[in-house]
Design a protein around this ligand. Structure first.
Ligand code: APR
Length: 181
């Protein structure tokens, strides 16, 4: 299993699965969500609408994950997940960990081998990057090391050097050596 950290744009990643930091409506938004829908094209939204018309009538719950086509992205699927909004008085870390675990399980069920994650919840949802990096890396490490997940490569795609540096620091602290383990 390999975990990579790169600085860049998640919509340019040539991987099997690109993870989207969506909202519960699944109908698009700003940040990563906006970038994926803009670059991926209308097919993604068409499939999101079908999900809302079917099993996800009430929207996608925080921490859950669901797949659609990746449309025109250089990927095969987008796995949408809803991160928790940061709260100073309620510990929502388990939900942020669940986003990563559930995205990997959905990706594995699709037969995906490579998955790119953004820094979920650290933009509009205001989660401090240091804390999000620790939770994300630990959740991915523990999910991949159980051996029950067939994903071989997880790439965290950080938007800007500040976020990259924080993830690098957390990865070093967790012993995720180099740019990959
Ligand atoms: N590639 C990689 N990372 C990106 C990109 C991109 N193209 N665009 C933004 N980011 C980074 C942001 O800098 C931030 O670090 O992704 C991280 C997550 O930020 P958001 O996209 O704002 O996601 P989040 O904080 O989870 O908030 C979700 O925002 O876009 C809406 O519809 C979405 O309502 C939902 C909310």
């Amino acid at each position: 299993m390999r975990i990579e950290l790169v600085e860049g744009d998640i919509t340019e990643q040539q991987v099997d699965v690109v993870v989207n930091a969506a909202n519960s409506s699944l109908l698009g938004g700003g940040g990563v969500d906006g970038a994926i829908h803009r670059r991926g094209g209308p097919e993604i939204l068409t499939e999101c609408r079908a999900l809302r018309a079917g099993h996800y009538g009430k929207g996608l719950k925080t921490g859950e994950a669901v797949a659609t086509t990746a449309g025109r992205l250089p990927a095969r699927w987008v796995v949408h997940t809803v991160g928790p909004v940061w709260s100073g008085d309620e510990d929502r870390s388990a939900l942020l960990a669940a986003c990563h675990r559930n995205c990997l399980h959905v990706a594995a069920d699709l037969g995906a081998h490579t998955v790119a994650f953004p820094a979920i919840s650290t933009g509009i949802y205001r989660w401090p990057v240091e804390s999000a990096a620790e939770i994300a890396l630990e959740a991915v490490l523990s999910t991949l090391s159980t051996g029950s997940c067939s994903v071989e490569l997880v790439r965290f795609v950080l938007f800007g050097t500040a976020a990259y540096d924080v993830f690098r620091e957390q990865a070093d602290a967790l012993g995720v050596g180099g740019d990959s383990v």
